[in-house]
Design a protein around this ligand. Structure first.
Ligand SMILES: [Zn+2]
Length: 247
């Protein structure tokens, strides 16, 4: 079978919302990349976004072909054309299978390979941030899992050059890591190059983890805890807001 043609470009339409790239707060959304990763830029323009999230490959498959050079060039060209800085205004979401805290050695290697592959894709696209789920202890010792996670982040940082690894807070059920902010703080503490790690706060996960956010006081309480555990010196690389609290 001939290879599938993958040059379909999304056209810039008249956006419903006008982009305001000068705004300090970079509101955006997760956009599709069907037809080629470069289409994510146009999809972001078409919704008036000042930033965007995307997948770099199918998040439900272990291995995918590398992004062709031509597609990467197109992505970078479109970012320039539409005034997106991919170093700070794109946040790809990592594959869901990745578990850098997996106690099984073979499975851990598979995760680490996929993780480094994701980071390599970011750097090919000149993307400066990468967000991932910190994984699960799968019933093994929690402290050891945090250590494993940090060690693997250190390895991934050594094997890449600039992309910042952004740890997402999780719902924290069962063996999941990072339901508590303290987990993220502990992992960051063990990362050698702290300039290469960041934090993403997902309000849906935050609420599900038991941090009530329904009133201004609850909201302030959460950020006070953030300040005393992780600290604002780390900076929040990304903030993901979901409509969690609908009753
Ligand atoms: Zn996520």
């Amino acid at each position: 079978m001939p290879p599938k043609k993958r040059t379909s470009s999304v056209k810039v339409t008249v956006p419903k919302f006008t982009r305001q790239p000068q705004f300090k707060h970079k509101f955006g959304a997760h956009v599709g990349m069907a037809g080629g990763v470069f289409n994510s830029v146009t999809n972001a323009v078409n919704i008036g976004a000042n930033s965007f999230g995307l997948f770099l490959k199918s998040p439900r498959r272990w291995v995918s072909p590398m992004i062709p050079d031509e597609d990467a060039d197109k992505f970078k060209k479109l970012c320039k054309e539409h005034n997106f800085d991919p170093r700070t205004e794109c946040l790809p979401h990592g594959s869901y299978f990745i578990n850098l805290a997996n106690p099984d050695e073979a499975k851990l290697k598979q995760s680490l390979d996929s993780f480094i592959d994701d980071l390599t894709r970011c750097e090919k696209l000149n993307i400066g941030l990468y967000n991932f789920h910190p994984g699960s202890s799968l019933g093994s010792d929690h402290k050891e899992s945090l250590k494993r996670l940090a060690e693997n982040i250190n390895t991934a940082i050594e094997k890449t050059s600039f992309v910042k690894i952004v740890i997402e807070n999780m719902a924290g059920h069962g063996n999941l890591i990072a339901g508590k902010l303290q987990d993220i703080a502990d992992v960051i503490e063990m990362v050698d190059n702290k300039e290469r790690v960041g934090v993403c706060i997902d309000t849906c996960h935050t609420f599900a983890a038991g941090y009530d956010l329904r009133t201004e006081d609850d909201w302030d309480k959460f950020w006070k805890e953030f300040e005393s555990t992780i600290g604002f010196k780390m900076g929040i690389s990304w903030f993901r807001m979901f409509q969690t609290i609908s009753q």
